[in-house]
Ligand binder design. Sequence first.
Ligand code: SF4
Ligand code: SF4
Length: 414
Amino acid sequence: MDKRLFKEWESCVKCGICRSVCPVFKEEKSEPYVARGHITLLSELIKGNIDFSEKEAKDYLYKCLLCTTCVESCPNDSHTDTIVEIARHEVIKKHGLPTYKKILSKLLKSRQAMDFAFKSASTFSPIFAKKNNKPRDGIKLRIEVAGKDRLLPPIAKQTFLDKYGNDKKSRVVLFPGCLINYTYTEIGDAFVNILKKLKIDFSVPKKQLCCGAPIYFAGNFEDARYLAEKNIELFLSLNAEHIVVLEPTCASMIKLDYPKLFMYFEDKKWEEKARRVAEKIIDPIKFLFDQTDVLRRLKKLPIRTTYHDPCHLKRALKVKDEPREFLKAISDYTEMKEADRCCGNGGTFSIDYRETSLKIASRKVKNILDTKSEYLATSCSACIMQLADILNLKDHKEIKVYHLLELIDKALEA
Ligand code: SF4
Ligand code: SF4
């Protein structure tokens, strides 16, 4: 492992400031579930001084949202997310992946397999799921799989890549991410509409694969590396100026975690390639704000809005003010309390620890209602899934959950 990564845990001075901000610690009140506890236990694990059983490892390592709230508030810039990711990798080397994560890894590595799985699910979804359209269109499974009464995203009839994929070269390249490609395609449509209204030429490379975030965060670095290399080769061959990644988690994975992954493998050649790609990665909100005049062209909509900051957009990509500027321009905007508090989704965290995940999400509901806004906007599909689910469970179906790109599209005249 590259020695630059060791500084991530050697800088922790055990001050405990992270205890006051960690959403998981707020619910669990136990030291192994906060940054300081993670760092103490996991650094000893990586140095080989202690060992975990499979059950302990799962408990200590996977009950972290990787939300990086602790990193943001740490006076010593200790990167808990990096140490948790590395420790997960050490543990799966010894104990292997849980079965469902093994299947997920195999699926995500193959576009054909993903297409087949989602297209089959779309065809048969009337049999195993019923529609539920509040607070956002979604489906509920007739059998309990990912949690009782869980509101899941709808499965698209036509994927984003099938609709827009091509092999041309452009200054602007789009990477939708799996959630927008297979489920929330209407969010991708909204960004495409905006680009068309602004007369910006773009391309959508058909050969792009999953960014690998779900398997990297599970500690499966080998399969994540496979996906990273495929995507990096593709992006470098396109020679684009901007690679607009529609999901902040995917953007942060490609921009920040790909170079880190190659540092872990001490592969300088691929690290350098990953850094060249990283320079071009941009989130769509930041792209519209910095690279276009769209803000000046928006009309005001007669709606009251509030905004939830996705962790990866605010903390990893540092995009915080731009979404608020857009919302102030197009609506009657009210800032909610603790807008940047994690929604509790955390990818597979919301499947593995549904109860804790919902407790974390429940704290957001009061803050949303206090703003008296009828529209909740955010900029991440996973946050949309989590917030629509908790608002549905708490019977607050009067709130409409939207992606900010959908609202910008509505407010932008053709
Ligand atoms: S991770 Fe940072 S905030 Fe937490 S105990 Fe260590 S130095 Fe303090
Ligand atoms: S990344 Fe988030 S959940 Fe994990 S220890 Fe830090 S604050 Fe807690």
